[in-house]
Structures are given as structure tokens and as C-alpha cells.
Design a protein around this ligand. Sequence first.
Ligand code: AMP
Length: 342
Amino acid sequence: MADSEVLGFQHMGLDQRLLQAIAEQGWARPTLIQEKAIPLALEGKDLLARARTGSGKTAAYAIPLLQHLLHRKATGPVVEQAIRGLVLVPTKELARQAQTMIRQLTAYCSRDVRVVDVSASEDFAFQRWVKEIHLVMKLRMEPDSSMLFCSHLPRIYQAFLMSATFNEDVQALKELVLHNPVTLKLQESQLPGPDQLQQFQVVCETEEDKFLLLYALLKLSLLRGKSLLFVNTLERGYRLRLFLEQFSIPACVLNGELPLRSRHYRTDLTSGLGFYDCVIATDEEVLGAPFKGKRRGQGSKGERASDTESGVARGIDFHNVTAVLNFDLPPSPEAYIHRAGR
Ligand code: AMP
């Protein structure tokens, strides 16, 4: 086969039930990361891949994982029920999104493979377990948490590590969980191409100009459809919402202070539940930082803790978002990539 030809899903030796589910998704061919990662993963290799947000990386790890599980069910000894695959993601929103994707991929084998989002579970035992794992998800690489994490892993396992950015934390995780991995350096930009994403920079002289410009863009319908407006602090988010409210522009704030169910409601822009055209969001890095200023709904005893396991910027696959507006400049180039990759 010529190098330039894409290896289709049907030539990867996948279970028919998976192929059926993939067809139902309407995916004509694998994305670049899927094309490269799936055959290597099916061979049993550990993988380290840089894959940008929206590159199809969830399916790139989920498809070989499910294939292995189905194969084992069909050919392996009858063993007691046990967790066979573990997906670690940095936020609860992403956990929910990964679960949804895996559920879709297991639509025709849901009796054989079941998936649970333990981060959303009310079950105390699950929650405690998640908290322990969370030590590592939050990438605090102290010896104790590394030991704790490793003690949860079986002696032999296959692991994939996929991230939109390669930084020190990813490097540390690589040392911790991967064995002799194949590194995939894909020839793709970290952001979608100009057919999917157009980027503009507008310089405003003053802070007031920024608010005024946003007002004009929205009132004149120059920004149409759903917009994600990113700010750098929770306080700014509420301030921006109050500003828009004055002009009868409905907007909601999405951040880690909100109850999880409410965050799901707001991120669910696909189903029409997303009543708001403007969603004001903060990066998860900001949510982890101490909050300066008084919080809304703060009781007399003080803190209403922000959910540091929440994050809107990172990896969430918002459908139907036509514009991402960096109302505040992102704190780092990585943050820009995570924001603009929506
Ligand atoms: P992800 O990078 O995993 O968040 O995926 C981003 C989006 O790509 C999701 O909406 C997927 O449904 C979609 N997607 C995944 N694989 C494919 C594919 N092979 N063809 C078209 N779309 C895909």
C-alpha cells in the first residue's frame, strides 16, 4: 500500500460490532492520530502521542482498548468480572465526554463491555479511589503519590499517553506509566487548519474598549451562533456577565464553582439545552489557583470550594461553537491551544 493511502478502519482487523458503531458515527476514515496509533496499539505497543484537541484522540485510544477487551472476552478464559481498562483524564467534564464516546463505540457490544464514569459516581468507595488517583492526575509527582498510583496498576499492562501539549508533567507521567513507548510525532499543527479555524487578533487601547467591542460584535450579530468567551478569573467572568446582562444579552458563567450537574447542562450545547448563546468560561489552571475577592454565594464561614477537577478549556469537545473569544489573554501558549481547539 502506498504511504499516502490511509489505512481504513475496515482494514485494521477490528471487531464487526466496533466497525458498525464507527460507521454509525459517520466516520468515513480514521483521523491522522487514529491511523497511526490504532495499528500500533493493537500490536500491544505502549504509545506516547501528541494529539491536538479535536484530533480524534479519544477514539484513537478507545478503539484499540475496546478491541482488546472484546477479543479477550471471546477467546480468554472465563474470569471473574474486573476492570480491564482505565482511562485517566484531567477533568470531570472530559471524563463524561470520554464515557459518552466509549458508550457510542460500544453501542453493539454493550453487554460485553460496560463503562462507568467514576468521577461522577456517588459511590463513596469509588470516590475515595478517584481521589487517590486524582493525586496523580493533578500530576503532583511526589514519590508517595507515584508509589500509590503504581500500586493500583497490574504488573503487566499496556498504556497510552496522549496530550495536546508535551510538558514536564507529561514527561513525568511518561516515566511513570509507559514501558518502552513508541512516540508518535504527527505532522500536524497543534491547532485545526484554516478550513476549520480562522484566527483574528484585535488590539484594544483600553479596557473599556474591549467591553464596548464585545457589545458591538454581539449586538450587530457579527458574532453569530454559540460563543465561548474566555476570561482569566472567576470575578471577571461574573463581571462580564453583568455587563452583558445590562444590554439584555443572555450569558451564563461556566466554572468549577458550579455544581457538576449545572456544568453539564451548560456544556451541553449540542442538544439544544444550551439556552445561552454566550458561555463565559475560565481555564482549569485558573480554577486551581486561590481565588481573590469575594465569591458569589459565599457563606459567613467563608469558602465555597471551587472544583479543581473541573475544566472547560482542556480538551472539551464543544459542538456548535462558532466563536471562541479570548476576552482575557490566555496565561500561556498551551492555554491558547486548549481554548482555541474547541
Ligand atoms: P477528540 O479529539 O477525541 O475530542 O474528538 C474530536 C471530535 O472528532 C469528536 O467530535 C469525534 O466525534 C470526532 N471524530 C473522532 N474520530 C473521527 C473520525 N475518524 N472522523 C471524523 N470525526 C471524528
